[in-house]
Design a protein around this ligand. Structure first.
Ligand SMILES: [Zn+2]
Length: 436
């Protein structure tokens, strides 16, 4: 017997108390998250920046970032407690079954041809999304209108915020519904080979949505216009030319409409790339600093980081689907949530609770990969002779975004996809020494 079939026969045995196992997994995750939050709280209360930042005369920025991070972490402690209680209620009171019955009621008004498991699953997902949004809405409002406002990051108004949140939910609902309906159809058609076909479908879906995002979704929230002729445009054009980067155009996004955080990214097809710069960055950064930020972004492209991340994401989806196949025909798991005949979408929803430890491990791995790429892209920009401006742009970026300047190692390993500022400055120094 292979190790996989051993696991399969163990998880499918009748003696397991699944309700208790899932509560234990949720509790373990809650304890783990709380432990990390408390350790991080301890680091932030220390009040002294890391050594490298002392040299950068960053005490004022550190104090500001510390006050912002302290408020944020207190908010996330309350949020974690709230989510934990929510998941306990879900498990203890068979909320899934009640929601499935509610979706059956909602689908009963539809014409006969539209009824069926797929439609009902899409309706269930819509009800879940609505319920989840209502649960987290008070936290979102507090975060954006008390916390961000207090630290001078919020530029939005209540009505703008409500419009944006409604738009976000609607778009999410459309994408989510298309993904669920498509996936369930593939599962239905592929039968026993569903892992491979579902994997293929989800991988294509992620690539298509990711590529179309700046063209279809971003314009619904922000307006962008081409960057005008001038020193910055010349500098970006010559950087792209030097690196053989297939630049189609550079756009400035009115990010300052909602927030004063700074950002830049690029997207597009392999033969035609579009750079997006937030107006906050164009206003606050020197031309050389913005160019250094883009040299870092072009570094991600030249070193194939997007391709590697995409392969990693696809492997992650495959791993999750393979794990799901072990539980797919487990009657004991689903009956502990009150189901006799369990629809595929509900099976996956319940399975996600079991996935908790694996998801935590994958989160650490994703961050290791992403941090490695950040160091490599910084080194790429330094090698393009932007050593000084990569460093000053980083410092400005952290100052403008109130980025975390100090963190407990475990908290950082779990929560931060980017290395801390002092780690990046240190690495830039080392790369510069090597070049000399
Ligand atoms: Zn980067």
């Amino acid at each position: 017997m292979s190790p996989l079939s051993n696991i399969a026969s163990w998880v499918n045995s009748p003696g397991l108390n699944w309700s208790q196992i899932i509560i234990s997994l949720s509790t373990a995750k809650f304890i783990f998250m709380s432990y990390m939050n408390i350790r991080q709280l301890g680091v932030l209360q220390r009040g002294k920046p890391p050594k490298t930042l002392e040299a950068e005369a960053m005490q004022a920025a550190y104090d500001k970032s510390r006050a912002y991070s302290l408020d944020k972490i207190k908010c996330s402690i309350a949020f974690d407690i709230w989510l934990y209680c929510d998941s306990l209620i879900y498990i203890k009171f068979n909320v899934y079954l009640a929601l499935w019955q509610a979706s059956a009621y909602a689908s009963s008004v539809l014409p006969g041809s539209a009824k069926g498991e797929i439609t009902q699953s899409v309706l269930l997902a819509a009800i879940e999304l609505l319920a989840h949004n209502l649960i987290i809405l008070p936290f979102m409002y507090y975060r954006d209108f008390y916390l961000e406002e207090k630290h001078d990051f919020n530029n939005s108004t209540s009505s703008q915020w409500l419009i944006d949140k409604s738009k976000e939910s609607l778009i999410l609902l459309v994408i989510h519904s298309a993904l669920i309906a498509g996936t369930l159809k593939v599962v239905e058609l592929a039968e026993d080979l569903f892992i491979w076909y579902t994997w293929l479908f989800i991988s294509i879906f992620i690539i298509v949505v990711g590529t179309l995002y700046p063209y279809l979704i971003l314009p619904l929230f922000y307006k962008s216009k081409p960057l005008g002729l001038g020193k910055l445009k010349d500098s970006i054009d010559s950087l792209a030319h030097k690196n053989g980067f297939p630049l189609a155009n550079v756009n400035v996004v009115n990010g300052s409409k909602t927030s004063s955080h700074t950002s830049a990214f690029f997207t597009g097809f392999p033969w035609s790339k579009h750079i997006f710069l937030y107006d906050t960055m164009v206003d606050k950064f020197e031309v050389e600093e913005t160019t250094a930020v883009l040299a870092h972004e072009i570094g991600h492209w030249a070193l194939n980081h997007m391709l590697i991340q995409s392969v990693y994401l696809q492997l992650r989806v495959l791993l999750i689907l393979s794990a799901f196949s072990l539980f797919y025909r487990n009657p004991y798991l689903y009956s502990s949530f009150g189901f006799n005949h369990t629809p595929v979408y509900v099976k996956f929803g319940i399975f996600c609770y079991i996935l908790t430890p694996m998801n935590c491990a994958l989160q650490f791995m994703s961050n290791v990969l992403s941090r490695k790429h950040e160091y490599e892209a910084d080194a790429y920009a330094v090698n393009q002779s932007y050593r000084e401006h990569t460093a000053t742009a980083l410092v400005k970026n952290y100052k403008n975004n109130g980025g975390v300047l100090d963190a407990h190692w475990l908290y950082s390993a779990y929560h931060h996809s980017h290395p801390l500022l002092h780690e990046r400055l240190q690495a830039i120094k080392q790369v510069s020494h090597k070049i000399k």
